[in-house]
Design a protein around this ligand. Sequence first.
Ligand code: CU
Length: 310
Amino acid sequence: MASVSAFATPAGAGPADPQPWQLNMGRGVTHSSNMAWEAHMVALWVCVIIGLVVFGAMAYAMFKFRHSKGAVPDVSFTHSTKLEIIWTLVPVILLVGMAWPATAKLIAMYDTRNAAMTVKVTGYQWMWKYEYLGEGVTFTSRLDRRSDAVRQSGEVPSFKNEADRHYLLDVDNVLVLPVDTKVRFVITADDVIHAWWVPALGWKQDAIPGIINEAWTEIKQPGIYRGQCAELCGKDHGFMPIVVKAVSKVEYQKWLAEQKAKDAPQAPEAAQATAIDAMQATPSGTGERQPAAPDTSDTPTPEKAEPVTQ
Ligand SMILES: [Cu+2]
């Protein structure tokens, strides 16, 4: 990674954003992403060594035993038991040697126990809804207005323009999470299959209607981490980015209190989320939905109301 960080970070780019001329996979900012990076580096070096040995042997054989030097083919050679044992055992040892730690890492990545908090993520065409379970904080997160306007104007955005630095990668409401906290995600969708993916966290998880998938993260350093929907989900698949803002625990508590205060009387986000719920409600939808409050101005007295029969 030293070679990567040697390149100057462009102004406005976050610590986990890809850099110009970056060759290797980024390390990310979580234990999971570091484990993925380690598994990747082991596999990469195994591949590099195999490549050097195989192509080195080929080059040596072609150069040393060439026709012009009077080499004569050994036409009597049919097989070598010793060689066959070696070229079977070596790959088996390599594969087991790589699979063992990779499996241990995968098991750790799927262990969502002992999380301090849970965020429910729901994918919609084409936005995300975040619910901080048990906190009563819910909001939707969609492509920021600036990106939306630019993409529809036909104008070609330039990375030199600071306002377009994160073109198609900015949202109106970011997902705020505390650092050094195990956060469990429950991930689903309300229409088609989406996938929630923030590379710096080290995983992606499918968001499937009718199925709850789990994942977790524990972000080590504060920052802005960007991602996108990673499942082709319709015409605006490319326009439902994800932005995670990791802050200190104190800042997070402050932010949460602000959200609760804002949501308490008449919350635009909550109202918007409820509107989306109502719009997308299907008979197979989960949970009981309260019918909209009736307009009582010209409603007859309750005893006159018709009983609802199914
Ligand atoms: Cu999607």
